[in-house]
Design a protein around this ligand. Structure first.
Ligand SMILES: [Zn+2]
Length: 275
């Protein structure tokens, strides 16, 4: 009887594998102070688990939000430093010389891998403060994550040759503009956080597929947890993204899901390839 039981148990353990969702890297997570009360760190990590997010790029206002996550799970997060001491800096930072001093004082080598996510539009990107921030990034071997319109992005790409720019939300631009920007600069990467509009009926739109196929190693995915409700819906956001991601050829899908992020950030690919 005992042997039969063991065999039966063994069948259950090694039975047909349940298809696991493709592991993903989330390139747009905020853990800002507005989330700390309703989504404590263990809950945030549980939501990432449920969404199948193995690692994430985090930028939080204030930076203490980044440190809370890293303290709990140091290998799970890549942190970047926002030029925002508090939420109110979002609209004024590009003209505030105090921001440069803040970044210089706050930047921790080995902790912060980039500067961002920051917001810029049009000629704001040509301000002296922005130029100093970009120079600081370049001097420290950091990339920047920019939520910028097309005009601001082009200024960013010109300002510091060689500086790597991750264009948040693909600038909410059309696929043609994204393709033109990619053609212009080899230092540009794109992330598609909060861009449910790239898909229609659970399929990537043909115009987006064409750009991604032209530059398959330059696209990352993300969610953007800028409000508590987007933390709470993180598994749903990723379920919707996977609906179109899973229909792509596997090499293309894996590139978007995690391989491009691993290359961009120099991560150990084993994090994503292990079961
Ligand atoms: Zn954001």
């Amino acid at each position: 009887m005992r042997a039969i039981s063991l065999i039966a148990a063994g069948v259950i353990l090694v039975g047909p594998a349940v298809a696991q969702p493709m592991p993903v890297f989330d390139a747009h997570i905020h853990y800002s102070d507005s989330a700390w009360g309703e989504v404590p760190v263990p809950a945030a990590i549980a939501l990432l688990d449920r969404a199948g997010v193995r690692m994430a790029l985090i930028s939080s206002t204030p930076d203490a939000g980044n440190l809370r996550l890293i303290e709990a799970a140091p290998k799970r997060f890549v942190a970047i430093l926002r030029p925002y001491r508090e939420r109110g800096d979002m609209g004024t930072w590009h003209g505030d010389a105090g921001i440069v001093d803040y970044l210089k004082a706050r930047l921790r080598p080995g902790v912060h891998r980039g500067i961002g996510e920051f917001h810029l539009s049009g000629e704001q990107a040509r301000s002296g403060v922005v130029r100093q921030v970009l120079a600081l990034a370049k001097a420290n071997g950091l990339f920047v994550q920019a939520h910028a319109d097309e005009a601001a992005l082009l200024h960013l790409l010109d300002a510091e040759p060689g500086l790597r720019v991750l264009w948040a939300h693909a600038g909410f631009a059309e696929p043609g503009a994204v393709k033109a920007a990619l053609a212009k600069s080899p230092n540009l990467w794109i992330e598609l956080a909060h861009r449910a509009d790239v898909a229609d009926g659970g399929r990537l739109k043909p115009a987006w597929l064409a750009v991604i196929e032209a530059y398959p190693d330059r696209f990352l995915l993300g969610s953007d947890t800028y409000v508590v409700s987007r933390w709470q819906s993180l598994p749903d956001i990723w379920r919707e993204t996977r609906a179109w991601l899973d229909k792509l050829p596997k090499p293309l899908a894996e590139g978007l899901a995690w391989r491009n992020a691993a290359k961009f950030l120099g991560l150990d690919e084993a994090v994503f390839t292990r079961p």
